[in-house]
Write a protein that binds this ligand. Structure first.
Ligand code: AMP
Ligand code: GLY
Length: 444
């Protein structure tokens, strides 16, 4: 079996590790934008190129005689890399461009749910002229969220009460999105602000079947106690089994149902089966969970929570995704996980670039943690940061608290001008999430 993995972040390092652990010993080939030392070590062969150049990726896949490909990030999905691979006979874990709209176009997703009467939408409106958005902004204030419709690298969404002071600032931001063309699509989405606790539900999808995985909570803010600017995600935790401590089985089942109906609707709407990973970001609230957004890929960091404890053969899962023979019962170890990211000092607003860091992999392993490289550069045996998240560690244990201690201990083996969030997965943080949910739905 020859598997090509596209991408070079920590998520892709986790994907390559999970493939490499497969008992059938697949040969992994990697197509990366920049060299990830962790992936390069595990792969039989790698190539550095432009992951958005669909033809070049497909040519490489053909050259390695790949039996299947796995695409990590959203940008190549949006650039039609899965389409090019499949045209060249390489079936791909990752949707074609038209189906990846579920992530690349927020208007596609909201309209799809509405048209197919799928639960989960908040109140929303889609506008191409700013003035048309004013009524809904006024009506929803103070609970309003303003979003560019297209991709912005996770930094385009602004929430009233957090980033926007009042209706006036919200209108100004809607105008800015349309006038200065923020995002890849010329439209603005105005939404009701959802209240509750966020959770991520990642699933494997073969066109029909949706195989859910343990839910995860990500932490987007840069600093402890959820303050500071938004980031790509500073860390995340999951509990034993599928549920987080503040979720009910009803929440989980409802979120899966929404995802199953969405997968069906995508096929109907686009004529294309959705094959790959589907990431649902939900808000657990007073009633049923609501959909914040979909991603057409695994999360980063959330991929590391689930792939570090997958108990089924991941290569076989990927084969079943492309073959349309997926089963719902993909197995995971009954373990809690905590992922923490080490990021360069000053990240995300003024990150220090090109700083040497020392990663004692041997010690991290001895502690029972896993290490995944993200945006780093290797020169000889030295490792240097870039301007993005650098290295992630994953602690695995019987409880979230123990997994957190392991991740924290592992962090002491990464030295340099970097920082990480100390609160993710701690007993206090998890307790505060549970208490928040109790306030929101006292009778759950
Ligand atoms: P997105 O890029 O859609 O994931 O949005 C980024 C962040 O904005 C999410 O992680 C949420 O914290 C927040 N957000 C987006 N939409 C909503 C909403 N309708 N209500 C509350 N928060 C939201
Ligand atoms: N952790 C958020 C994301 O992958 O989009």
């Amino acid at each position: 079996m020859k598997v090509l993995v596209v991408g070079n972040g920590a998520r892709e390092h986790a994907i390559v590790s999970a493939l490499a652990e497969s008992p059938t010993g697949p040969h992994v080939y990697a197509y990366m934008g920049t060299k990830n030392p962790g992936i390069a070590r595990l792969a039989k062969e790698h190539h550095i190129g432009n992951i958005l150049n669909a033809k070049d990726v497909a040519d490489y896949a053909v050259k390695c005689k790949a039996n299947l490909a796995v695409i990590g990030p959203e940008a190549p999905l949006g650039a039609g890399v899965a389409d090019a691979l499949e045209t060249n006979g390489v079936l791909t874990v990752g949707p074609k461009k038209i189906a990846a709209q579920i992530e690349t176009d927020k208007t596609f997703t909201r309209r799809l749910l509405e048209k197919h009467r799928i639960d989960g939408n908040p109140r929303f409106g889609i506008y191409t002229k700013t003035e048309d958005a004013f009524d809904l902004i006024d009506e929803l204030t103070p609970n309003v969220v303003i979003k560019p419709a297209g991709l912005t690298g996770g930094k385009g969404v602004k929430v009233q009460g957090e980033h926007l002071k009042d209706a006036e600032e919200s209108k100004k931001y809607a105008k800015e999105i349309l006038n200065t063309k923020i995002g890849t699509i010329p439209a603005v989405v105005v939404e009701e602000k959802l209240i509750g606790e966020e959770f991520t539900l990642q699933a494997f999808v073969d066109g029909h079947t949706v195989a859910g995985t343990p839910t995860v909570q990500d932490h987007k803010r840069a600093f402890d106690a959820d303050v500071g600017p938004n980031t790509g995600g500073m860390g995340s935790y999951s509990d034993c089994g599928n549920l987080l401590p503040f979720l009910t089985k009803k929440d989980y089942d409802k979120a899966i149902k929404i995802m199953e109906e969405t997968v069906k609707a995508i096929w109907k709407e686009t004529g294309t089966p959705y094959r790959g990973f589907l990431y649902g970001q939900f808000m657990a609230g007073p009633k049923e969970p609501k959909l914040i957004e979909y991603n057409a890929r695994l999360g980063d960091p959330e991929a590391m929570n689930i792939l570090s404890i997958i108990d089924s053969d991941f290569t076989e899962v990927c084969e079943r995704i492309i073959g349309g023979t997926l089963k719902r019962n993909v197995a995971f170890k009954e373990k809690a996980t905590v992922v923490k990211y080490a990021v360069p000092a000053g990240y995300p607003d003024a990150p220090k670039n090109n700083v040497e860091i020392k990663v004692d992999e041997k010690k991290i392993k001895e502690l029972g943690a896993l290490v995944y490289y993200a945006s780093v550069r290797e020169e000889g045996r030295r490792i240097y940061t870039s301007t993005s998240r650098a290295v992630a560690v994953t602690g695995i244990a019987n409880t979230i608290t123990e997994a957190e201690s392991i991740a924290e201990a592992a962090m002491t083996s990464i030295k340099g001008d970097i920082y990480h969030r100390k609160d993710i997965g701690t007993r206090n943080l998890v307790r505060s999430r549970v208490e928040h949910m109790k306030e929101i739905r006292p009778n759950a």
